[in-house]
Design a binder for this molecule. Structure first.
Ligand code: TZP
Ligand code: MG
Length: 204
């Protein structure tokens, strides 16, 4: 895959937004994010038809700005929204199954520790989401923060594997994640809770 798309990877769902998610994505897209993941998950998230309808609107924004659109975990929506990629966590759909069903899509996998790294079919994924790098309150069931050392460790073992850091990354810490060897930063609150989204995306 083109690693550049991981550079400013924006993730969100309606549960992360205090105003219209479509508007937030539109501003972020205009401001230079390089990828988007629709992650409708956790407390207050939409389900069923509502999730689909919001997904269609967000998908349309990404099409307009030529930004790769990823769906978190949801295979049904992967088809319905004509996604560019699917991101799965360790407790989600197995990578083998997703790869078999979607040979042509980008697949990302979250990896938080050595046990997960060594037991995952890394050869079947296009990129790794490494983290949580820093403590985060956005994902209530997030594992313990692992620090940028985790990026360095994966990079050492896999020199060419596309890696995006995730978890608690803000404007002032993004550079540390990149210096540790990541190809990009994946953020939720650094954008959804920004007082000035264009400025935050640019600083990232
Ligand atoms: N996976 C690991 S941490 C996290 C996810 C989805 C939440 C990231 O949100 P924030 O606000 O950028 O810390
Ligand atoms: Mg997950």
């Amino acid at each position: 895959m083109n690693k550049q798309i991981l550079r400013k990877y924006f993730i969100m769902g309606s549960q992360d937004c205090t105003r219209d998610p479509v508007e937030i994505l539109e501003i972020a897209a205009k401001s230079g994010i390089t990828a988007f993941q629709y992650r409708e998950k956790g407390y207050g998230s939409l389900k069923g038809k509502e999730k689909l309808e919001l997904g269609k609107k967000l998908r349309a924004v990404c099409k307009r700005y030529h930004i790769p659109f990823f769906i978190n975990d949801d295979i049904e929506l992967a088809n319905a929204l004509d996604v560019d990629g699917i991101h799965v966590g360790q407790d989600d759909q197995p990578v083998e199954k997703v790869r078999e069903e979607f040979p042509h899509l980008l697949i990302g996998l979250s990896v938080s520790n050595w046990n997960e790294l060594n037991n995952s079919p890394i050869h079947l994924v296009d990129y790794i989401g490494a983290g949580p790098i820093y403590p985060t309150s956005t994902k209530t069931d997030a594992k313990a923060a692992v620090g940028v050392a985790w990026i360095k460790a994966i990079r050492h073992q896999y020199p060419d594997l596309p890696i995006v850091g995730i978890g608690g990354i803000q404007i002032d810490t993004a550079a540390y994640v990149m210096e540790a060897g990541a190809d990009g930063v994946a953020v939720i609150s650094a954008i959804t809770q920004a007082a000035n989204i264009p400025s935050s995306v640019e600083k990232l």
